[in-house]
Design a binder for this molecule. Structure first.
Ligand code: SF4
Length: 331
């Protein structure tokens, strides 16, 4: 591991100033569950770490509001997942956190930094023997002709097909969540759906955040769609594994008829993927296994498969369909 300096910030302003003044080699340090891994692999080589875990005012969870739920970025995943209102009224949000990691990791990782976790692509993490445009722009993409069983079906490019690996962001995108961000020139707000970038020709740029912008909090609008919701995750084993496919869905129904729907999918795209065409395919129709499956097919429409990951188109469509039928039971 290369040498770096360590600073513990006392306020969010101080943290942003420290990272900004230190240049692009500086990083915010939260739970460290991704960053320390990547430092050991020499994929991340920061010159300075600014620790923000002690910022108590960013750890607040407020789910009592009438118009929005508010999660401080430094709240622990396990604390947010166990929040009683979330468990009762927004099971998709709670389940996305329960299913995201082992208990030990949930107790350390924070909900803000979790949004900007980096890809699990083996070639990205494998280091120098492998061509990787994300790690070393212009070097190529070993996954295109390599092992790509877990790579993206949607949103990829010739330069990169790495999957966005998170769960929490998928549920947040389904429910139109926002983030407040602090940078050197002040605060701004943006939808979680606009946080992540598709790789295009610049896969090393993963989000719209500058390196010295800190996520302060996540805000989720209150909606009746939360009650009948679920986060359904399919993986190689039932614990401590990333999604092969996943779906966050929410429903509002009048009798058997869907009056409103939310569908976002994970494990299959280069960024959290809201499937609005699938939502439109559901509204005004009775929700049956057949219409749920149709919505699943619509959600995966446009998928570009390679030999090793083709099976996940069918799996993704079934995941959406199953999630919808689970959510229906909660109406
Ligand atoms: Fe690198 Fe992306 Fe290709 Fe993986 S898929 S090797 S992260 S460029």
């Amino acid at each position: 591991m290369r040498p770096f300096t360590y600073t513990r910030a006392r306020t969010a302003d101080e943290a942003v100033r420290a990272v900004s003044e230190s240049g692009p080699g500086a990083r915010f340090l939260a739970g460290g569950t991704t960053l320390f891994d990547l430092m050991k692999l020499h994929v991340e080589t920061p010159s300075r770490l600014v620790d923000v875990t002690g910022l108590d005012d960013l750890s607040t969870i407020d789910t009592a509001g009438e118009s929005e739920l508010v999660f401080g970025a430094m709240a622990r995943m396990s604390d947010v997942a166990a929040d009683p209102r979330l468990v009762r009224d927004y099971p998709a949000l709670s389940e996305s956190l329960w299913k995201a990691a082992s208990e030990q990791l949930r107790n350390v990782a924070r909900v803000g930094p979790n949004l900007v976790q980096r890809t699990r692509c083996e070639y990205f993490r494998g280091g120098e023997p492998f061509a990787c445009n994300k790690r070393n722009p212009g070097s190529g993409c070993a996954a295109q002709d390599g092992i790509h069983r877990g790579h993206a079906l949607l949103g990829g490019s010739e330069a990169c097909i790495a999957v966005y690996p998170g769960d929490w962001a998928i549920a947040l995108v389904a429910f139109d969540a926002l983030i407040d961000v602090l940078g050197p020139s002040g605060q701004r707000t943006l939808p979680v759906e606009r946080l992540h970038l598709e790789p295009g020709t610049t896969p090393h740029l993963e989000t719209v955040l500058a390196h010295d912008e800190l996520i302060l909090r996540i805000r989720v609008p209150v909606t009746p769609l939360g009650r009948a919701s679920t986060y359904h995750k399919i993986r190689d084993r039932e614990s401590y594994a990333f999604a092969l496919t996943s779906a966050a869905v929410g429903l509002q129904m009048d009798g058997d008829t869907v009056t409103d729907a939310r569908v976002a999918i994970g494990g299959v795209a280069t960024r959290p993927w809201r499937a609005r065409d699938a939502e439109r395919a559901l509204v005004g129709r009775a929700l049956t296994p057949e219409t749920a499956r149709e919505a699943g097919d619509v959600a995966l429409r446009g998928a570009v498969a390679r030999s090793g990951n083709r099976f996940r188109i069918e799996l993704g469509a079934r995941t959406v369909a199953d999630a919808l039928m689970i959510a229906k039971q909660r109406v």
